[in-house]
Design a protein around this ligand. Structure first.
Ligand code: 1CP
Length: 363
């Protein structure tokens, strides 16, 4: 909990970049950096179920630290090992991981909302995440900051309604268009749980907080404003006010609304986040033009470039660094991929990516 003595932080690059400040080189981390592309991760997973790793602080810490150890001095942040689907679990839904998410009993109609727990005590249901964060923050020994996270309400809503991953979003969109008022109520209910969950993570020791709206790009600009935006604003304002009420400093808030680059001006203006993540479908110069100086940016190399070999990686990183640094030097950019790293990437190719970022983003 807050007040726990943590080792002093030795690398605050990402905290400075998130506040729009100058950094010696762009801080870099990789979404899904603890994952199946790492042999040491697969080894842990061979003898432990996915949610067992999430629920066991020793194991969650171990896999969170794996990429930090392997890429010593090259990664500027860690992200707690967990999943966005722990929130639907805390709300009373059963979720299996085999190997993708599967909900045996999804929300088929608004009548099913009554199956959710009427109120969620995150300090009880998600205590294991808070414990993992506190323990991992100590285990990091101040080497790099620790990021906490949650899924965005629209993305979680789609899993809860579809019962798993989907290509068409047919069921979740049926809800939006057939039951708009019930959908909005459910989205805000998810948002309230996310607020308490992120507040708890900050109190447990998370030094930045990221909201993953992986399916934001499935919504039209109108529907994004109508359905996704209010719950995203609810999260940023709720986290800020609840932490402030307890006299706890608010960590930088990052929003990654994948595929919703059309919403960058709106989110920079009204989202309430310090950093906006961007995917690879927008040029960094254009993204900066759209958001002005209001927020820092995070991104945005296409993760599949990591399959293109060392030359392709170097050329792409050099171009990306030039674009993010154009006219503003090293201010307000956190380097990352434009989405999570995938299981087939060669660990040495990721190392090369990180080395190139250090080289080409240096002042
Ligand atoms: O067998 C395994 O180990 C399963 C693979 C895996 C991993 C490594 C899953 C299942 N989740 C995770 C960890 C995870 N998930 C992290 C850990 C921290 C890190 O980044 O290192 C994080 C941040 C997530 C977040 C997450 N889970 C998102 C948002 C980010 C994104 O990639 O868009 C989403 C959409 C999920 C759902 C999920 N969990 C797992 C899978 C395979 C999926 C996606 C399935 C689908 O495409 O619908």
């Amino acid at each position: 909990m807050q007040g726990t003595d943590f080792p002093p932080l030795k690398n605050d690059l990402i905290l400075r970049a998130a506040r729009g400040l100058e950094t010696e080189h762009a801080p870099v981390w990789v979404m899904r950096q603890a994952g199946r592309y790492l042999p040491e991760f697969r080894e842990v997973r061979a003898s432990h179920e996915f949610f067992e790793v999430c629920r066991t602080p020793d194991l969650a810490m171990e896999v969170t630290l794996q990429p930090i150890r392997r890429y010593t001095g090259l990664l500027d942040a860690s992200i707690i090992f967990s999943d966005i689907l722990v929130v639907p679990q805390a709300m009373g839904m059963e979720v299996e991981m085999n190997p993708g998410p599967h909900f045996p009993d999804p929300l088929n109609t608004p009548g099913d909302i009554s199956k959710l727990s009427p109120s969620v005590d995150v300090n009880k249901e998600l205590k294991y995440v808070f414990d993992a964060i506190t323990q991992t923050r100590k285990g990091l020994n101040g080497d790099v900051p620790l990021i906490g996270f949650c899924g965005a309400p629209w993305t979680l809503f789609s899993y809860m309604v579809e019962g798993g991953g989907t290509k068409t979003f047919q069921k979740s969109k049926t809800w939006l268009f057939k039951y708009p008022e019930e959908s909005k109520k459910l989205l805000l209910r998810i948002s309230d749980v996310c607020v308490d969950f992120l507040v708890g993570q900050a109190k447990a020791g998370a030094q930045l907080l990221q909201v993953f709206d992986s399916w934001a790009g499935e919504l039209s600009p109108f529907d994004f404003s109508e359905f996704a935006l209010p719950s995203l604003q609810g999260i940023s304002s709720g986290v800020r006010s609840k932490l402030a009420a307890e006299g706890i400093p608010v960590p930088p808030l990052i929003l990654f609304a994948k595929g919703a680059n059309h919403a960058l001006p709106l989110l920079a203006e009204q989202g309430g986040y310090d950093v906006l993540g961007i995917d690879w479908c927008i040029d960094p110069v254009e993204a900066r033009r759209l958001v002005g100086d209001k927020v820092a940016l995070q991104g945005n190399m296409d993760p599949n470039v990591l399959y293109g070999g060392k030359d392709a990686i170097e050329r792409t990183v050099e171009r990306m660094c030039e674009a993010f640094r154009k006219d503003r030097g090293s201010k307000g950019w956190i380097c990352n991929l434009g989405h999570g790293i995938t299981p087939g990437v060669d660990t040495e190719d990721l190392r090369w990516f990180l080395e190139c970022v250090h080289k080409y983003s240096r002042n």
